[in-house]
Design a protein around this ligand. Sequence first.
Ligand SMILES: O=C(O)c1cccc(C(=O)CC[C@H]2O[C@@H](n3cnc4c(=O)[nH]cnc43)[C@H](O)[C@@H]2O)c1
Length: 245
Amino acid sequence: MKPIVLTASTDMELALLVEQLGGAPLAGLGHLKAWRAAAPSGAGEVILAVTGIGKVNAACAATLVVERCAPRLLINTGCGGAMAGSGLVVGDLAVASAECFPEEGVQTPQGWRGLDLIGIPAAVRGDARIFNEVPLAAGAAHQALELARREGYRVALGPFHTVSTCSGTAEHGTELARRYPGICENMEGAALAQVAFIYDIPFLEVRGISNLVEDRDLSRWNLKLAVTEVQKFLIKFLQFYSSSS
Ligand SMILES: O=C(O)c1cccc(C(=O)CC[C@H]2O[C@@H](n3cnc4c(=O)[nH]cnc43)[C@H](O)[C@@H]2O)c1
């Protein structure tokens, strides 16, 4: 059976999963720090890998794990910023319905425009072309949303933004939201989603909310709560998913 691969940008965002699943260090995934564990249901394996921060690290890691592990599902997790209007607060969960690159494009005299203005897609698979927005198959996202609700988590489903420049002002977040709708800002997800799109592999992204997209105030952040909540949820999701698929 093909494995499930689970990625995050830092060790902290995987530590509880590695501990609870009894992960053993896994060599042979290039530069990536990785572990392997039996899936909670006993059906197949889960591979956990740290990508590093940002889109370039995420795309490199995704390509490596997809080429070497041929996963049946690629899951990305970590913390993220709740965008205005999402209704999310620190400690909540966010599930991606789509991923988006809200910065790739052209600053024209008339304002910012996306990659469609240039006319060169970011990726092509068969007849499908993607520009700034990466669609995700609904299956795993809806399963995660329903399970999270059943387990009593506060959770929202919606499009995510993957940025190079984090929104450290509410105004910057509002500007990006004018370009594309979004509920959760992060720095890796769309890159992993694009690789999953190219290889036609189901992709799920669930993040714990560590902060709001607002004027930067680190005293209002709670990284520990965010990464704990989302990892506790993903342990339940792996139990559910690996026994049902
Ligand atoms: O110091 C800052 O201003 C700052 C801004 C954004 C993120 C950080 C981090 O320490 C975490 C980076 C890490 O977490 C994800 N993340 C979490 N919140 C956000 C956000 O509001 N915007 C973008 N990324 C966020 C991200 O995926 C990184 O992996 C510090």
